[in-house]
Design a protein around this ligand. Sequence first.
Ligand code: HEM
Length: 447
Amino acid sequence: MSARVLRTTLAALLTAALVAIPGQADAADSKVSGGRLDWGLKTSFQNYITGPIAKGEYRLTGGAATAGSNRFRFHSATGAYDPGSGDFTAGYSGGVRFTGHKKEGGDYELDLLIANPKVEIAGGGGTLYVDVTTPAGTSHGVAFADLGVGGLDTSGGTTRMELSDIPATLTAQGAKSFAGYYEAGTELDPLSLTADMSADKPDTKPSTKAGDGEFSGAAVDWGVRRTYREYVVGDIAKGSWSLTEGAQDGGALFRFGEGKGFWDARKKALDAAFTGAITFTGQGLDLTLTGLGVTVAKDKGTLTADVTSAGATTEDVPLVTFAAKLSEKDGLVRLDETPTVLTAKGAAVFGGFYPAGTDMDPLWLAVPVKSGAELPPLPDLGEDVAATQPPASIAPAAASSEVDADGFMPAAYWIVAAVALAAVAATVLLVRRRRPVPESTVTEEKE
Ligand code: HEM
């Protein structure tokens, strides 16, 4: 395969790499399905937030991560690409919430969430759109920055687009997020992105059998939600949970095994049904999840369950969704600590305690697609995690009414939760982090 690498002669540092698919120069529109965006917003803003004036912090949401110094990584691109004109759109997931200037009541003077950045390149110009959330509400798709892509030729059939250090300047609309401290035209940090393309052609062939296969012996591990478990055993529900039909209790993680299903290696899609049940009981609480299922298609996964609540059962309820770029390694198709997000139907299962879109516990999946492949052990999270009694104040019953539409807890909740965490569960959470994170500035690290 020949590769075509474009480098612009822009005064700025913009470089672009387009990898060509031979013979597909006239290809129909491509879909963007996968890729990452690295961007720091504005380094001086980050420093201001965490510095002595704002005395604040930032938190990563929706699976965003940090990437190198001063950059945030947004993930799971979706969008479209026209190789003929070079027009290109890619929307990424994840967000960063900046808080600072804490008020006496616990709220913040400065509370800004920038999420789901979307890059659009068309007609020689480029725009970065983001969702902006402040205590006043959320504005979706705000044209936030102008991108300096003039002179960049993005046309030509490609499998992958890589753009580095695209200059970005604040628009007038974007400037509104900064209380007058930045004006339109202010230089922001440059951004870099990748986007993987797949030809958008109707799939006429039935899926080939090569590498496809039925499997058995798969497992999915999921803890539902930390605050939910704490609520169940806490002072409000005064309850407990029990695992039956072969489900295993890992303290903060439950394993549903004996998973059977079908793996499509070509499409990187799978369907799996697991055994095991978990029942949560307590005051005003009787919830059973059983018949768990995982489906993955187009890099997106859904966890379903048969849900019995107050004696009534609903089958195959989609509980959470997650990004799932699957591949096989050592005979296993695996997902490790993948962030999950509550669906609208899942929200109903938890009595509306958590709105749709709330971050739920991450999920692990292990599917043996070759004989002899061994499942990883259920992570050992230490003893007595299940039995730990959290302070009543962090139970979701107290917090739920204050969770806003995007699943964010208000400052008071975070403070109480942080204190309680330090006292009760810090060890559990810290051993789960892959690498140390400066706690003062990043309170959540996923991916
Ligand atoms: C209690 C309210 C606030 C006070 C007392 C305050 C104070 C200040 C001060 C003194 C600076 C100058 C920092 C420096 O030059 O190093 C500054 C910068 C800044 N403030 Fe605030 N601020 C407040 C609220 C806000 C709000 C609500 C926003 C909205 C996002 C905001 C955004 C900014 C920005 C963008 C800068 C410039 C940061 C940079 O790039 O250097 N501030 N603020």
